[in-house]
Design a protein around this ligand. Structure first.
Ligand code: PGA
Length: 255
């Protein structure tokens, strides 16, 4: 399985800058052994797609979706609209949405189902807060296990369907410069895998990609990717400069 490297711009770059980013990133020397995606604001997806032209790297991702198909849901964007915009992947349940906008496990589970129906790969974010971490490993593990269990049941775990990716993103490590030590991340990834195994069996659980996110940069990316159970990374700040993100991809490839 190729390692998955996902850029998450969050609420940065409207259409003009998004187009420029894609053009600059395309000039980077990109390794062929990686799967590279970039999650851009909805509004910037058309410009990103236009700048990509026929190139298939990076894959375009969205950062959120509605679980509804259509109708009176002001401000929402459906999975089928994302398909029209060229997104083939979508982040769901990012902690910034869970904490600032009150997204619940239940909403996230419904979003995952809507994405799967539209053949868009969901990237489901889970992770504990600083306060939960301070209560100890048992508490942090409980939180993450519950977040994973909450989304498992509605998903179709058949190889013919697009399969969700999990992103373990400890909230205290996001944007803080305090990356989670790879060995600790590995333990949490193993716990996620184990939770999947218990519900879905080994064969299905073993093919789910689990990526790490939280202060990943070109210097530490190889440490994560060379650790068991870490199948990729989700990168915020270090993805904003296309040259830095290009550097990160090259460092990821040598891992
Ligand atoms: P960061 O963000 O790399 O800036 O820590 C990661 C994320 O929130 O996905």
């Amino acid at each position: 399985m190729s390692k998955l490297i996902i850029a998450n711009w969050k609420m940065t770059y409207g259409p003009i800058k998004a187009g420029a980013w894609i053009r600059a990133f395309r000039r980077e020397r990109l390794p062929k052994d990686l799967e590279i995606a970039v999650a851009v604001p909805h509004i910037s997806l058309p410009a990103a797609k236009a700048s990509l032209g026929r190139a298939s790297v990076p894959v375009l991702a969205a950062q959120n979706v509605s679980w509804m198909d259509e109708g009176a849901f002001t401000g929402e964007i459906s999975a089928s609209m994302l398909v029209e915009l060229g997104a083939t992947m979508c982040i769901v349940g990012h902690s910034e949405r869970r904490l600032m906008l009150g997204e619940t496990d239940e909403m996230i589970a419904k979003k995952v189902i809507a994405l799967q129906k539209a053949n868009i790969q969901p990237v489901i974010c889970v992770g504990e807060t600083d306060a939960q971490k301070k209560k100890g490993k048992t508490e942090a593990s409980k939180v993450v296990r519950q977040q994973v269990q909450a989304v498992i049941s509605g998903v179709i775990w058949d190889k013919k369907q697009i399969q969700p990716v999990f992103a373990y993103e400890p909230i205290w490590a996001i944007g803080s410069g305090k990356a989670c030590p790879p060995q600790d991340a590995k333990d949490m990834h193993a716990l996620i895998r184990d939770t999947l195994r218990k519900k879905l069996g080994d064969v299905v659980a073993d093919r789910v990609q689990i990526v790490y996110g939280g202060s990943v940069d070109p210097r530490n990316v190889a440490d994560y990717l060379s650790t068991t159970h870490i199948d990729g990374v989700l990168v915020g700040s270090a993805s904003l400069d296309p040259r830095v993100f290009g550097m990160l991809c090259r460092a990821a490839s040598t891992a």
